[in-house]
Write a protein that binds this ligand. Sequence first.
Ligand SMILES: NC(=O)c1ccc[n+]([C@@H]2O[C@H](COP(=O)([O-])OP(=O)(O)OC[C@H]3O[C@@H](n4cnc5c(N)ncnc54)[C@H](OP(=O)(O)O)[C@@H]3O)[C@@H](O)[C@H]2O)c1
Length: 291
Amino acid sequence: MPMASTLTIVRNPIFLTHHYQFNKQFTTPSSLRLLSFAKMEGSEISEEVGEDSRAKRKIFVAGATGSTGKRIVEQLLAKGFSVKAGVRDLDKAKSTLSSANPSLQIIKADVTEGSDKLAEAIGDDSEAVVCATGFRPGWDLLAPWKVDNFGTVNLVEACRKRNVKRFILISSILVNGASMGQLLNPAYIFLNVFGLTLVAKLQAENYIRKSGINYTIIRPGGLRNDPPTGNVVMEPEDTLYEGSISRDQVAEVAVEALAYPEASYKVVEIVSRPDAAKRSYHDLFGSIRQR
Ligand SMILES: NC(=O)c1ccc[n+]([C@@H]2O[C@H](COP(=O)([O-])OP(=O)(O)OC[C@H]3O[C@@H](n4cnc5c(N)ncnc54)[C@H](OP(=O)(O)O)[C@@H]3O)[C@@H](O)[C@H]2O)c1
């Protein structure tokens, strides 16, 4: 017997998706929570559908060949999502990402090339965009501004054009270091000396917050490639000024943000600490107040 043959078509204020699937691949606790939340918030239509009409929720990931981006792609696929991986270099993507996976589509998307091209790449079937881009150091001192500020703004504009209502940004702790009394923090100085990187990110954050899109801005501490050694600590904006976290955990927070309505319209700062208690994402996101 199939797990379920009822598809609930939902237009809720958080995700504004056209449909949520309730099938074998999508019966994780998070998806169940998501579905029940959708019902709570007022599902509009419920109708019976056959198995064949099931389609997976598709997420567009910008910066998908990056060290965090590729982990986000992997975790989304593992959770049963379809992924449109936005990349600058298709050849690199083929070697970085598991391109044999039928749920993965790789598409060229340079965030500096403007919102029209990005809107084309996002298409009309992506329900959320996750931005994991970051400028690559080089001779162009304006690169942080072009990628981390204007590039992200372009992505938000592309979402508007495609009516994508959900946006997850990987930003950084200390972006607002100047207001936190951290002007002399070596990390704040270092990251701004080359192209005002943190200032560029803050500008993009402010644009997102004013855009009306349902956002979760994730500000991690220093990123590590090694597996997690502690539990996630989540704090409100402008709180953390030191600490680090595994990119695996950053990717997890980004993916979980898609499932938890408590993550909506929030800026969260994250690091990991071995002595921190393990908390559910419901609890973590729920503990941060919207501003
Ligand atoms: N490093 C840290 O300790 C740290 C700490 C806190 C926050 N962060 C932030 O966290 C995010 C992820 O960091 P990461 O180290 O995992 O990233 P990363 O490995 O440096 O990857 C950056 C990604 O952005 C892509 N990219 C660069 N320019 C682009 C453009 N014009 N259009 C589209 N994509 C572009 C790169 O594409 P290619 O693969 O083609 O180069 C790459 O996929 C970044 O925003 C970073 O600033 C980093």
